[in-house]
Write a protein that binds this ligand. Structure first.
Ligand SMILES: Cc1cc2nc3c(=O)[nH]c(=O)nc-3n(C[C@H](O)[C@H](O)[C@H](O)COP(=O)(O)O)c2cc1C
Length: 202
């Protein structure tokens, strides 16, 4: 069983969350997590002139860019995006909007899917981002996997984490990345999507 962990990260926070999701997937016997990133759409000049973005681009150099084959071959999917004006980032949307041919063939129908996101501020639109990210997945006929409050880490979450998906509040100015609890919830999301994928498609 293969779960595709597909993400975009400009300054590294979603990358850390994506790694935690992938780790959670591998905790389920017989399931592997394949980490991929969506193509960048910002001009390279803009990335090179921003030290945080430049360093993050270097860090992610070894992560392959997604291809449609990855979607065809996957048994489940977890999507991660930073919040952009309360919505998913354009890089992720551009890739999703290129999948009309897969939609018409029903390639993703009945495959489980989960989502995760990050925002700079607590009320900066995490829930709207997660819910908006569900919409194209539902159009593709995917089965949405959220997070239950029976998860201890979700019960004690004060900033990141929600029943709609794993999240982190990054507070860029304070240099805060995902907390241990945020990463534990991200791992739990990976485990949960992998568990349901194995049950449904095994
Ligand atoms: C164009 C743009 C729009 C953004 N919009 C929001 C927003 O609506 N709410 C918010 O809290 N943060 C917003 N942010 C901050 C990002 O969500 C934050 O930098 C991101 O989650 C960090 O993830 P990354 O380190 O993986 O790139 C925005 C950032 C950019 C560049």
């Amino acid at each position: 069983m293969k779960i595709l962990v597909l993400y975009y990260s400009a300054t590294g926070n979603i990358f850390k969350m994506a790694q935690a999701v992938t780790k959670g997937i591998t905790e389920v016997p017989g399931v592997v997590g394949n980490l991929r990133r969506v193509p960048e759409t910002l001009p390279q000049e803009e990335i090179r002139s921003n030290p945080a973005m430049k360093a993050t681009a270097e860090l992610q150099r070894d992560v392959s860019i997604v291809s449609k084959k990855d979607l065809i071959k996957c048994d489940g999917l977890v999507l991660g995006t930073p919040t952009r004006f309360g919505n998913m980032c354009a890089q992720m949307k551009a890739f999703i909007d290129s999948t009309g041919d897969l939609w018409s063939k029903g390639t993703l129908v009945d495959k489980p899917a989960g989502v995760f996101c990050s925002s700079n501020s607590l009320h900066g639109g995490q829930e709207s981002t997660l819910l908006a990210t569900y919409l194209p997945l539902l159009h593709h006929g995917m089965l949405i996997v959220g997070l239950p409050f029976s998860l201890p880490e979700l019960m004690k979450a004060d900033l990141g984490g929600s029943p709609y998906g794993a999240t982190t509040v990054v507070r860029t100015s304070e240099g805060q990345g995902p907390t241990e609890n945020d990463l534990a919830i991200a791992r739990a999301l990976g485990r949960r999507v992998a568990t349901f994928t194995a049950k449904l498609r095994g």
